[in-house]
Design a binder for this molecule. Structure first.
Ligand code: GDP
Ligand code: MG
Length: 162
């Protein structure tokens, strides 16, 4: 069966934008305010060389990991059923305490993780990704969910590791 890739990260980093790009749909609602994706949303991956399933999740704010039970459990379900994880962060915002808390949470699942530093179109990738090595989840890749930069490469890299 097809590998499942979960999209996780704090609100507003671009998970739903990436979901729509990967599935070539507009099924996930993209919003300028956080927290819109309440449930997991599934789609068929259409970008890259492999067949796979993508799961979009609601945002995880680091402080909410134990508090917003419904949201946390949706994310937990997505992580539990996935084979690989895209952990999205916002390259323009830089690393936040919530990112650090989510990194610890994700590491507990022991699954292949790729950190995607999103919103890097038109930016110096080396500069924007440098901070995120501190998450301890390997080499971050700079992408643009909105424009598609590096997205196909990132999917192929992750699925190659599954
Ligand atoms: P989510 O809460 O993580 O699902 O984030 P969304 O996909 O809803 O996006 C949140 C905001 O970030 C929206 O205003 C998007 O248009 C914007 N956004 C998403 N991806 C990118 C990107 O690659 N570059 C830029 N500049 N903005 C983006
Ligand atoms: Mg969303």
């Amino acid at each position: 069966s097809k590998p499942i890739v979960a999209l996780v990260g704090r609100p507003n980093v671009g998970k739903s934008t990436l979901f729509n790009r990967l599935t070539k749909t507009r099924d996930a609602i993209v919003a300028d305010f956080p927290g819109l994706t309440r449930d997991r949303q599934y789609g068929t991956g259409k970008v890259g060389s492999y067949d796979y399933i993508v799961v979009d999740t609601g945002g995880l704010s680091g402080e909410d990991l134990g508090v917003d039970t419904l949201m946390a459990s949706q994310v937990q379900q997505a992580l539990a059923e996935s084979h690989g994880i895209f952990f999205l962060v916002d390259g323009r915002a830089g690393i936040t305490p919530a990112d650090e808390a989510i990194a610890i949470y994700i590491r507990g699942f022991g699954k292949p993780v790729q950190v995607l530093v999103n919103k890097t179109e038109g930016c110096n990738l080396a500069v924007l990704t440098a901070d995120f090595y501190a998450l301890g989840l390997g080499d971050p890749i700079g992408v643009s969910s909105a424009h598609g930069d590096n997205v196909a490469e990132a999917v192929d890299d992750l699925i190659d590791r599954l």
